[in-house]
Design a protein around this ligand. Structure first.
Ligand SMILES: [Mg+2]
Length: 238
């Protein structure tokens, strides 16, 4: 699947800016597994899983606005959800249980998306690669280090939120030729729409496990968005 305006075989000498979470490595699925275990554990007399999930989504939505992204704030949201269900603060034992549920997040194991390492190595020979990821600086840096992918990028940028101003500033700082620059990511809301609003091209590689809070619609008539089904497909275009 691709849009006609930006198709037309392999390009050279482009600037390729990569998202990290759920583009280079799995992220949402790790959170979803923790949420599944959490929902199992908090079983409520009158609310079903979907209703509890809706409460958790509301709490997360509010916390992302005030506190940003990352596993620490996610654990805080789980405790807040529990406290709302029980109508009292989470106990010390309950907080410990939540931390145990989230051990895979806290240990920062990084599971690469298939084909990423080889594809980046190949793309790096023909293009200028940058990394742009949002979240807590220490947490994102630890994931970059654990991924073993850092050396592919000529620059790494960790920002609290990816909005149009961030893309505009990056374009100015890096003196990017917008027509030869591409933002590559899984999130319409954080990667595709703000990058396009700043004048960059975009490559959308949908995540099979999207995060509900990250949802946004891409204009199907935007001919400067290339949609691919897998990461290694980049090699057919760049
Ligand atoms: Mg992402």
């Amino acid at each position: 699947m691709e849009r006609t305006g930006v198709s037309g075989g392999q390009r050279t000498g482009q600037v390729l800016i990569f998202d990290a979470d759920d583009t280079l490595w799995e992220n949402n699925i790790l959170f979803e597994r923790v949420i599944d275990d959490f929902l199992e554990w908090v079983a409520h007399p009158t609310l079903d899983r979907a209703e509890i999930r809706a409460i958790l989504d509301d709490i997360e939505r509010a916390n992302v606005v005030t506190h940003g992204y990352g596993s620490a704030i996610f654990l805080h949201s789980l405790a807040e959800c529990l406290s709302r269900l029980r109508e009292r603060p989470a106990t010390e034992a309950e907080r410990r249980r939540i931390e145990e549920l989230a051990v895979a997040l806290v240990e920062r194991r990084v599971e690469l998306v298939p084909g990423v390492a080889d594809t980046l190595a190949e793309l790096g020979r023909r293009h200028h690669l940058l990394l742009l990821t949002k979240g807590d600086v220490d947490e994102q840096q630890r994931k970059i280090d654990a991924s073993g992918l850092g050396h592919h990028f000529r620059g790494t940028h960790i920002v609290p939120e990816k909005n149009v101003e961030v893309y505009r500033r990056l374009a100015i700082e890096q003196r990017l030729d917008l027509n030869a620059t591409w933002m590559i990511g899984n999130s319409p809301k954080s990667d595709i729409l703000p990058a396009r609003a700043a004048g960059l091209n975009a490559v959308y590689i949908p995540d099979p496990h999207p995060w509900a809070l990250d949802h946004a619609e891409i204009d199907p008539d935007d001919d400067r968005v290339l949609t691919l089904t897998s990461f290694p497909d980049l090699l057919h275009h760049f």
